[in-house]
Ligand binder design. Structure first.
Ligand SMILES: NC(=O)c1ccc[n+]([C@@H]2O[C@H](COP(=O)([O-])OP(=O)(O)OC[C@H]3O[C@@H](n4cnc5c(N)ncnc54)[C@H](O)[C@@H]3O)[C@@H](O)[C@H]2O)c1
Ligand SMILES: O=C(O)C(=O)C[C@@H](O)[C@H](O)[C@H](O)COP(=O)(O)O
Ligand SMILES: [Zn+2]
Length: 346
């Protein structure tokens, strides 16, 4: 499992970290925003020889076309197998930069410097790498652990509020699946006003504990996917439309739908469903969509990676703080849960 370092002075800590490593070349992958907002925090300590690549920001660019550009850049720079790649950015940069590093010449080492809340609490840790393909989330990818993850809260100063909120969805997920006390101490009325440093550490510990027990998702790790079967379907369906949803915004919707399914299938009480709903809706509000969207969103769930043959398997809550997995759910039940979400009145 990768080493996770918490840094309070990223420039100094990265300088020290790189000083202890041997590599033939150093490559830095970032997106068009982190080039402007995050690179300046570390630029002065990077060796002059560092080669840099920036791709256009956003989920729309987490695809094969961008990977081709990254692999072309790596090839043109003459990177060999002793190259070290740094991914400086959010989950898109980490997932895609890591995937390109893990596949280039069958794999070069990489480290993640996550710069969004979402990537600090979740995406940078655990080695799930990949890209979207044919409209399906993370459809092509590998499991490869980074050499290290360096988390610095100072990057969050420039993060837009909607992106911070997107990351908060994964924080809520960590409490819901593994630790009821954690879920209940999170502030949701003034959700922006959290002790972020403690939250990042707590969430990383939950994620690490689960991944260490099941790195390649043959069982327990599936709980980290709570809210994601339906959430990913929403994210894919609205990607590139006027109603575009950030990953965490889509997962927030997915967690309500799947909490509803949990009351039908895995023993979550109606009182706890209402508690989950209240917290999520007070932070994220209610997302409006049309009845005509529901069949396509339902159908998108049939490509989820937890499915086997034609059976769709979900990770569902037994209670707040405990999650079960491998629970079969039908198209009809998925559709019902989406209509349930739709019918909620604020
Ligand atoms: N591998 C995993 O385990 C895992 C876990 C959760 C999510 N994900 C994936 O992560 C992606 C979402 O990650 P994300 O929310 O970080 O998205 P992202 O990488 O697109 O970053 C969000 C936006 O914030 C900008 N940004 C990043 N850092 C910034 C900073 N410090 N200041 C200002 N702007 C900044 C980015 O340029 C981008 O526009 C999705 O593709 C999702 O599928 C992967
Ligand atoms: O690390 C995991 O395992 C997760 O499921 C974490 C999720 O938050 C993350 O969005 C992940 O990328 C989803 O994986 P996928 O296998 O459903 O694509
Ligand atoms: Zn996620």
């Amino acid at each position: 499992m990768e080493t996770v370092l918490f840094s309070s002075q990223i420039a100094n800590d990265l300088k020290q970290f790189l000083g202890h490593l041997e590599y033939s070349s150093l490559g830095l992958i970032m997106d068009s925003n982190t080039k402007n907002t995050c690179l300046p925090l570390i630029e002065k300590i990077l060796p002059e020889s560092v080669r840099k690549f920036a791709f256009p920001a956003g989920e729309n660019h987490k695809n094969l076309e961008t990977c081709v550009k990254i692999w072309e850049w790596m090839t043109n720079e003459g990177f060999d197998r002793k190259t070290l790649i740094i991914n400086l950015g959010g989950g898109v940069t980490g997932d895609m930069g890591g995937f390109c590093a893990a596949t280039y010449k069958r794999g070069v080492r990489f480290i993640n410097i996550p710069t969004t809340l979402l990537s600090q609490v979740d995406a940078s840790v655990g080695g799930k790498l990949g890209i979207d393909f044919q409209g399906f989330k993370n459809h092509i990818g590998v499991f490869t652990q980074p050499d290290a993850v360096i988390i610095a809260e100072e990057f969050l100063k420039t993060l837009p509020e909607n992106e911070l909120r997107s990351g908060f969805a994964e924080v809520l997920k960590h409490g819901l699946i593994r630790n009821a006390d954690y879920f209940r101490i999170l502030k949701f009325e003034n959700w922006q006003d959290q002790p972020w440093k403690e939250i990042i550490e707590k969430s990383v510990n939950i994620k690490k504990e689960v991944v260490e027990k099941d790195p390649k998702e043959s069982g327990l790790r599936k709980i980290l996917n709570f809210g994601h079967t339906i959430g990913h379907a929403f994210e894919s369906h609205f990607l590139g439309t006027q109603q575009h949803l950030l990953h965490g915004e889509a997962i927030a919707i997915g967690m309500i739908c799947e909490a509803y399914l949990s009351t039908k299938k895995s023993g979550l009480s109606k009182e706890e469903l209402k508690e989950v709903e209240k917290v999520i809706l007070s932070v994220f509000g209610h997302f409006e969509f049309s009845d005509e969207d529901v069949p396509t969103i339902t159908q998108l769930c049939s490509q989820d990676k937890k499915n086997v043959s034609s059976t769709m398997y979900f990770s569902l809550l037994r209670k707040i703080g405990a999650c079960d997995f491998n629970i079969p759910v039908s198209h009809q039940e998925i559709s019902e849960s989406i209509h349930y979400y739709q019918s909620i009145k604020l």
